[in-house]
Design a protein around this ligand. Structure first.
Ligand SMILES: [Zn+2]
Length: 131
């Protein structure tokens, strides 16, 4: 399976460490990597096991999360590893433009813009769907 490797700084082939784990190992450098990587245009990187897209409620109501979705849309935010309540690893500001959304086999890359930044979201579908 293909995953973004934080050490190689590129998309490389990975193998699973064992059954029923989200830990994957880069075939090239042997680093363990998470199935989800979000890279901000300033170089900031965030890693996770799950991701969702947050739909926001009306702004008059304080812009609280309304619903979580599997697919991106303009106005949604990306949330990495959402937990119960309002805990998460990372939350972007709302998407203003989806530049590209490419799936090749079990690897998906979504490039999108927010008001102030550009992001690339790398997803290993194979691993995120396994429980
Ligand atoms: Zn590597």
């Amino acid at each position: 399976m293909k995953i973004y490797c934080r050490y190689c700084d590129s998309i490389t082939k990975h193998h699973e460490k064992g059954l029923r784990t989200s830990v994957n190992i880069c075939d090239i450098c042997n680093t363990t990597n998470m199935p989800i990587t979000l890279i901000k245009s300033n170089g900031e990187k965030h890693f996770g096991i799950q991701f969702k897209f947050v739909e926001w409620g009306a702004e008059e109501l304080g812009s609280r999360a309304k619903e979580l979705h599997e697919e991106p849309q303009i106005g949604y935010s990306v949330i990495i590893d959402p937990q119960y309540g309002y805990q998460y690893t990372w939350l972007t500001t709302p998407i203003t433009e989806i530049e590209s959304d490419i799936t090749e086999g079990d690897f998906r890359c979504i490039a999108f813009k927010t008001k102030n930044s550009e992001y690339k979201l790398y997803i290993c579908i194979n691993t995120t769907k396994r429980k």
